[in-house]
Design a protein around this ligand. Structure first.
Ligand code: SF4
Ligand code: SF4
Length: 135
């Protein structure tokens, strides 16, 4: 009986997920994207990220002292040391967003942004290899 009550209540609850980026699956994704480029009202925006959200990593290259602690702690080998510059680069496609590099960096030049739309055809593109930015 209890399960029946739960099931009936579910019928009238609003969806727990956000219908991002479109209310219904379009017949053509390419067609939807082309229309959305000129009419942004077609796009349902994502929900705001909560405080402490761990999205794409940001790197302040000028502040980095090249200590390599981030390289050593990264569990997915997403951070590569560049010996000639004594700086690092981060391969976002390998990152599991654990934030351990961010926590261990002694000069706080790494940070986790709220950017999570990271779909990409090329995992080595400029957007997916972080070499310098200040979030
Ligand atoms: S967030 Fe975690 S997985 Fe991503 S680069 Fe930093 S240590 Fe590596
Ligand atoms: S831990 Fe920080 S200072 Fe050290 S190499 Fe990594 S980013 Fe640079």
């Amino acid at each position: 009986m209890r399960i029946l009550r739960v099931l009936l209540r579910q019928l009238f609850l609003a969806p727990a997920t956000n219908r991002f980026p479109a209310s219904h699956a379009p017949k053509s994704v390419a067609g939807f994207l082309a229309k959305a480029a000129t009419d942004t009202s077609l796009v349902i925006p994502p929900i705001p990220t909560p405080p402490g959200f761990r999205g794409k990593i940001a790197y302040d290259r000028d502040t980095c002292i090249g200590c390599q602690l981030c390289v050593k702690i990264c569990p997915t080998v997403a951070i590569e040391f560049i010996p000639e510059d004594k700086k690092v680069r981060i391969f976002v496609a390998r990152c599991c967003f654990c934030s351990q590099c961010n926590d261990i960096c002694p000069v706080n030049c790494l940070s986790m942004t709220d950017e999570f739309l990271l779909s990409c055809y090329d995992k080595y593109s400029d957007e997916m290899v972080v070499t310098d930015n200040k979030a």
